[in-house]
Design a protein around this ligand. Structure first.
Ligand code: UD1
Length: 420
């Protein structure tokens, strides 16, 4: 098992380039199953979730070539609608194979996904969507099996009971090749929903409204190959910004869409960081002196739950008492708060809200990542802390951050990966 060693207390300086968005690419790679021909996808991050997905696609017959950040997928010869369960269970977004296989072949047999278990993560809204599109759904504790119901598969109107990124994506993918129109109401609006729609439209789909709460998909007969570049990762960018806010420094975060970052940068500015927006970059300067604030996580365009842990680290170092309320995944605090407390943080959890009393400093400790973003937060805490921090369970972090050691080292951080 590998771990990270982080020697803290040094400000971060220089420039860092953000990779393609994890949550976009894990939707777009399965969606390539729908395409007759070769999809050339650029700006694909080299993270373990992507490697697993590509293995799954190869296992069902897709031809994959990969060079640097570009992946070519030819789904013409896919011969199976039952992807390898052991691989499917290794990650969360493998549930998009359900929508993709249903859309292309009218059936799918997919194991229930694994990935970060920071909360109970039901998929009832995905299932509701597939059923509304006419699928017969068999759901067991091990897998979901889909096949056409008595009236066949066709577009329909679906109103989600909760705003779900995963359900919005899965229904969009499933509906693209079905006859008729599908309308998703109360849809999620995250940047990666828009990216998926742009990808599918580039390949010939007819999707409108992505990025609003009503997405319309007019079914087309086929999609053809083409080239598409993934958007920059909002959460990776937010993680580097939070690291500079916590550890201090002056960093240009390059290859970002500043509009996607407003929900995060506005809070960091409120806490005392200086933020300068350029067309596709953001400069952050911070002298390490932060003020307390109040944050409530919300679906986009609100403050993302995937930045909850990272902003919490900033709060542990801010003057005064901050309040951090989680409204998407209530149990997410348990993934990292006790680890931060072992570093000297003062956090009281009261239901959905963490009350964070800022301290002058954190101290190095040995801590364990319990999910991807919790792991990122512990690295930030280590960078800001006095002394040496060891972060264990880093396979979570490697699921979603490309070349993390290289990027932080490039900013002057003392961080290395140790193979035990
Ligand atoms: C996606 C992101 C994840 C992020 C989350 C919230 C990907 C691959 N992952 O996860 O990084 O933390 O959005 O922004 O994009 N819910 C239901 N029933 C469902 C689906 C969801 O009740 O069928 C609930 C969930 O329990 C949660 C809320 O809806 O409370 C939002 O979940 P959702 O947006 O679906 O999260 P994911 O797509 O799993």
């Amino acid at each position: 098992m590998a771990r990270y060693e982080v020697i803290g207390g040094k400000p971060l300086n220089g420039a860092v380039t953000i990779s393609g968005a994890k949550n976009a690419v894990v939707a777009i790679l399965p969606a390539a199953i729908l395409v007759n021909g070769v999809c050339r996808i650029e700006n694909v991050p080299d993270i373990s979730d992507v490697r697993i997905l590509l293995s799954i696609l190869e296992g069902i017959g897709a031809k994959i070539t990969r060079e640097d950040g570009t992946v070519e997928i030819d789904s013409t010869d896919i011969h199976s609608t039952c992807p390898e369960p052991e691989l499917v269970k290794k990650m969360r977004a493998s549930y998009y194979l359900m929508g993709a296989l249903l859309g292309r072949f009218g059936k799918a047999h997919v194991a229930l996904p694994g990935g970060c278990n920071f909360a109970s993560r039901p998929i009832d809204q995905h299932i509701k969507g597939f059923a509304a599109l006419g699928a017969d759904v068999e759901e067991t504790e091990e897998y979901v099996a889909l096949q056409p119901g008595a009236n066949g598969l066709q577009g329909n109107r679906i109103s989600l009971d909760v705003v779900s990124v995963g359900a919005t994506v899965n229904i969009m993918i499933a509906a693209v090749l079905l006859p008729g129109q599908t309308i998703i109401e109360n849809a999620a609006k995250e940047p990666h929903i828009v990216d998926l729609a742009n990808f599918l439209n580039t390949m010939g789909a007819q999707i409108s409204g992505a990025g609003t709460d009503t997405v319309k998909i007019r079914g087309v007969e086929a999609l053809q190959g083409g080239t598409y570049a993934i958007i920059p990762d909002q959460i990776e960018a937010g993680t580097y910004l939070a690291a500079v806010a916590a550890a201090g420094g002056n960093v240009l975060v390059k290859n970002v869409i500043p509009k996607h970052m407003e929900c995060i940068t506005s809070k960091l500015a409120e806490m005392g960081a200086e933020i300068i927006n350029y067309d596709d970059a953001i400069r952050i300067r911070c002298d390490g002196k932060l003020h307390h604030t109040t944050v409530k996580t919300r679906p986009y365009p609100g403050f993302p739950t995937d930045m909850q842990a990272q902003i919490c680290v900033c709060m542990t170092l801010a003057s005064g008492v901050s309040r951090l309320t989680e409204s998407v995944y209530e149990t997410r605090f348990f993934g990292y708060c006790s680890e931060l407390e072992s570093m000297g943080a003062d956090i009281q959890i009261n239901g959905k809200t963490a009350i964070v009393t800022g301290a002058d400093r954190l101290y190095g400790s040995t801590v364990t990542a319990k999910d991807l973003r919790a792991g990122a937060a512990l690295i930030i805490a280590g960078l800001a802390a006095e002394g040496t921090t060891y972060v264990k369970n880093i396979h979570y972090v490697e699921r979603g951050y490309e070349r993390l050691i290289e990027k932080f080292t490039g900013l002057g951080a003392q961080i290395r990966r140790i193979e035990d």
